[in-house]
Design a protein around this ligand. Sequence first.
Ligand code: S3P
Length: 434
Amino acid sequence: MIDAPAPSGARVVRPARRLRGELTVPGDKSITHRGLLLGAQAGGRTRLRNPGLGADTRASAALVRALGAEVSIDIDELRVTGLGLHGLREPADVLDCGNSGTTMRLGGGLLAGRPLHAVLTGDASLRTRPMDRIVRPLRALGARIDGRANGAYAPLAIAPGRLHGAELDIPVASAQVKSAVILAALRADGPTVLRQPDPSRDHTERILRAQGAVLRTAGGEIRCEPAHDLQALDLDVPGDISSAAFWIAAAVLHPDAEISIRNVGLNPLRTGILDALQSMGADIDTQIETTDPEPSGTVTARTSDLHAIEAGGHLIPRLIDEASLLALLATRAHGESRIADAAELRVKESDRLHTTERALSALGLELDAESDGFTIAGGARAGGGAVEAAGDHRIAMLAAVAAVSGTGPVTIRGAQAVDVSYPTFWDDLARLSE
Ligand code: S3P
């Protein structure tokens, strides 16, 4: 089904005769990042069971190690011994966040307003992603932080400083920006109030509350009180719905498929893709089995007959990492679909409006990338072809899903990009395919 990787990092994925099986996916990447970064400033040892271990979360582990926290990583458990809220030490060298926007943005909030110098950098893609979205609000809290083009891009340099509370309007519905501000606000000398246009994933707020921080949420506003100490936690990390979504989409698209994913995170601010699929008529069952530390359970998806969708507004932040998959799903639906209000896709690991259009067009599918989304012609099935992952893990996995549920072999160039979030992706694809 999947050829071994060529030296160039290309893989060929062929259509499966059937897709069947039950699996778990790696632990949630967003929660694992937060477990590491928030655990580093707690007192005592934080344990994360079932962590998501990919290049991105390893960058967060390296960052907190460089700040003096102890981290030990086993395949099914990660432990961080924190140094307390004010105990992080000045790093001796530049902090390399690799490809990880979460490491850099939350790292910026973690480091701002401490008595230390730090420089955050990353790979070529991360150095082109907007950082003014964290630099401006952190400066408004009193942080001394700068970067290329007056703080627009990394490398970012943080100088010693002190923080005060503030009232802030954040113009984008971004959990990374919100979290950066909250991480700094915990050490300010007064309360901080922040407002954002739409709710975004709330893993930071949930973990911080469990650690003892006081955060109040009301009508789009979050009020964060300065914290004293933060407690270490034991967390069971649920599987990452953003990884599970590839198998859900593959099952829905394939003509003979049923896939169950157990222990998958079902935080309502992450389940937009399930709501979108339900509104398209997909054959999916969702069973919530636990609510602590976050809702999680089993999702079963089967071959489906889909109708077109108009997606936009509050739904988009709830499926931002799944928007390219939604575009692929819409190519199979009856009728023309539209995804709007998704301009944020331009500043992900690649310009995903462009790379999604390019990848799916290369497989004979019809869609147009517009300024804030896509218009997608329905009723088609992906053919064979060659796709560039463009250094974007989600584009590599999108192409694999199109291929395994499509009609011809697809060569995926730069397939190793999956290592950022889902290093075992190819093994799972092989297990599910017949
Ligand atoms: C993330 C938030 C989202 C998402 C990213 C992970 C997080 O980014 O796309 O993959 O863990 O907070 P934005 O906050 O920029 O929307």
